[in-house]
Design a protein around this ligand. Structure first.
Ligand code: ZN
Length: 335
């Protein structure tokens, strides 16, 4: 919380973006927690206790698929595999009118995730922040329509996308407000499709940015701390991401933290950005420590920095590598 307020804590705080991977730390199939809030919360808290980081991400799987399912998409769920959308609810433009905004207390499996937040809070107490992902509106539209069709229609039929953005934004707002009510401190808007790896900065400004501003404003109004996670390359839109009103930006490993720190580091807390596949999954603890040290050197000056992965920690990343992020902060991140 000190880092979020752009001040120096006693040391650089550590909050890896780790969810279902914690199941493997205790030898459980992560799919066991998909429909059971007790298991989900227990495994997430187990990971936190084993690795010793400073904040807990509560939830499982991608938030956009969870909300897409609650809005009518069909997911394919297989043992120990990340669920994927098999059937889209919007097959053509006229289906958009049928979309209903979610009721977080009853739609799909959202209530399971809310319950898990509550249970995790009971287990970890009030001094550890809980992070909760909610979908970025444009990415949620991608899940409802299909990402390829969505991207094509940004050019072919922008009104199709604008119409779908309304219930998508409203659903994300409802979910975010419920997440805060159930005990989340930090609400992280995950919007991978808004990345400049996928769309141009002009399209980001036209389609993603207005909906993000609306969602982030609502998160602040209900008492949550808004954070913004956009995967891949985001250097061309760092300014706009900061102007959304987010208090934290989760930056992926392809962003140079020194560049980000110089551009926006006095206005927003930066979180990142160890390479999830490159070092956390396939590296060893020494590699993780070395890369963590570089992140700390680039972005921790004067506070306002949380050491983390650049994106979700991959399933099968070893516990020792997650512990190494914490030990690196203890060794190199003391203010
Ligand atoms: Zn990401």
């Amino acid at each position: 919380m000190t880092a979020v307020q752009l001040r120096e804590a006693d040391r650089v705080p550590v909050a890896p973006q780790i969810t279902y991977t914690t199941a493997h730390f205790v030898g459980v199939k992560f799919s066991d927690g998909l429909k059971d809030p007790q298991t989900m919360a227990r495994l997430l808290v187990a990971g936190f206790r084993l690795a010793g980081y400073d904040g807990v991400y509560v939830g499982w799987e991608s938030s956009f698929d969870l909300v897409a399912e609650a809005m009518g998409c069909k997911l394919e769920i297989k043992p120990d595999e990340i669920p994927v959308v098999r059937e889209r609810v919007v097959k053509n433009k006229k289906d958009v009118k049928m979309l209903r905004v979610v009721d977080p207390e009853s739609s799909g499996r959202i209530p399971i995730h809310l319950k898990a937040i509550q249970l995790a809070r009971e287990q970890i107490g009030t001094s550890v922040p809980i992070f909760r992902y909610v979908p970025g509106p444009l990415t949620l539209v991608g899940a409802l329509i299909g990402p390829e069709k969505m991207l094509m229609n940004l050019i072919k039929d922008p009104s199709f996308i604008r119409q779908a953005l309304e219930p998508a934004t409203e659903s994300a707002i409802k979910f975010a407000a419920a997440a805060v009510k159930y005990g989340s401190d930090i609400v992280v808007v995950a919007d991978p499709i808004a990345s400049t790896t996928v769309i141009s900065p002009r399209m980001f400004n036209e389609f993603a940015y207005p909906a993000l501003c609306q969602l982030i404003e609502r998160i602040s109004e209900v008492g949550g701390i808004p954070s913004l996670h956009i995967c891949g390359k985001t250097e061309p839109i760092l300014e706009e991401m900061t102007r959304t009103g987010a208090k934290i930006l989760e930056l992926d490993h392809s962003v140079d933290l020194a560049v980000a720190k110089a551009k926006i580091g006095t206005r927003v807390c930066i979180q990142g950005n160890l390479n999830p596949a490159g070092v956390l999954l396939t590296g060893d603890p020494q590699d993780v420590e070395a890369e963590s040290r570089i992140c700390i050197e680039k972005a921790s000056k004067d506070g306002g920095f949380i050491l983390s992965s650049g994106c979700e920690v991959p399933l099968d990343a070893p516990l020792q590598n997650i512990k190494a992020i914490v030990s690196a902060a203890e060794r190199f991140g003391v203010y």
